[in-house]
Design a protein around this ligand. Structure first.
Ligand code: FPP
Length: 236
């Protein structure tokens, strides 16, 4: 089956090394990385993409120095509050994947900000942008399993109802289309607990360029080189 890429997901790696190489604080790499996100959002619709997903803060990133964690949270606060109107003007829907529960590790003001941006862009029918924040692929699957088990216990579901489609509705991504392509910048070749359920049939590109040096034009060149994807989903 030949089809164009509709959903591209990004592991935005190499920010810290980009900054250190230039004698800057690691946070400067993340700030520059946020500009790469903007550059990608600008070109994504013209490339025929319907969804883009960014791995912004993993459930393991809490282990980083407090200053870096706080800096990343401030960057997210600034980005979401300053870009909300721009997202709406451009008909962009924003979805945050990850543990957003009040019992989780995100602070209340960040959770409220996420809820606000999600609610205010819910009606947008253009590009869908997923931000993975406090996200881990295994954690997402465990939370989905817990939620399903709760529904069984409350008599809302039967165990026998469970199939892949129903399970997907319990995941953060819901019934969104899986990523066709996952791009990891920064030279490492691993999945780092990203979209473990959703990547079953995805293609992968691992590129040396660090995230702050990547941009929409490079994405365009990369996609034009692989314009269509021929995946057989196990068939011949
Ligand atoms: C990994 O690089 C990157 C992160 C942990 C954070 C990514 C976040 C952003 C780019 C900013 C969020 C975007 C917006 C729009 C607010 P690394 O720090 O592990 O790099 P290294 O491997 O070189 O140390």
């Amino acid at each position: 089956m030949q089809e164009a890429y509709k959903h591209v997901a990004f592991i935005m790696d190499g920010n810290g090394r980009w900054a250190t190489k230039r004698g800057l604080a690691r946070l400067e790499g993340h700030r520059q990385g946020a500009k790469t996100v903007e550059s990608i959002l600008k070109v994504a619709p013209s490339l025929g993409l319907e969804t883009v997903t960014f791995y912004a803060f993993s459930s393991e990133n809490w282990k980083r120095p407090e200053e870096e964690v706080n800096g990343l949270m401030d960057l997210l606060r600034f980005y979401f509050t300053s870009q909300l109107n721009k997202l709406k003007d451009n008909n962009i829907r924003l979805v945050v994947m990850g543990d957003k529960s009040r019992q989780g590790r995100l602070s209340d003001d960040v959770i409220e900000m996420i809820e606000r941006v999600e609610a205010e862009t819910e009606h947008c029918t253009g590009l869908c942008v997923n931000f993975c924040i406090n996200y881990g692929g295994r954690d997402e699957i465990v939370r989905a399993a817990q939620h399903f088990a709760d529904d069984v216990e409350r008599g809302l579901r039967f165990v026998g109802d469970l199939d892949e489609r129903l399970f997907s509705t319990y995941l953060d991504s819901g019934l969104q289309k899986d990523p066709d392509l996952i791009i990891r910048t920064g030279g490492d070749q691993r999945i780092s607990n990203f979209l473990l359920w959703q990547c079953s049939y995805s293609e992968f590109r691992f590129i040396e360029t660090s995230w702050p040096d990547f941009d929409g034009e490079q994405l365009k060149a990369l996609l034009l080189g692989n314009q269509t994807v021929d995946r057989r989903f196990g068939a011949v």
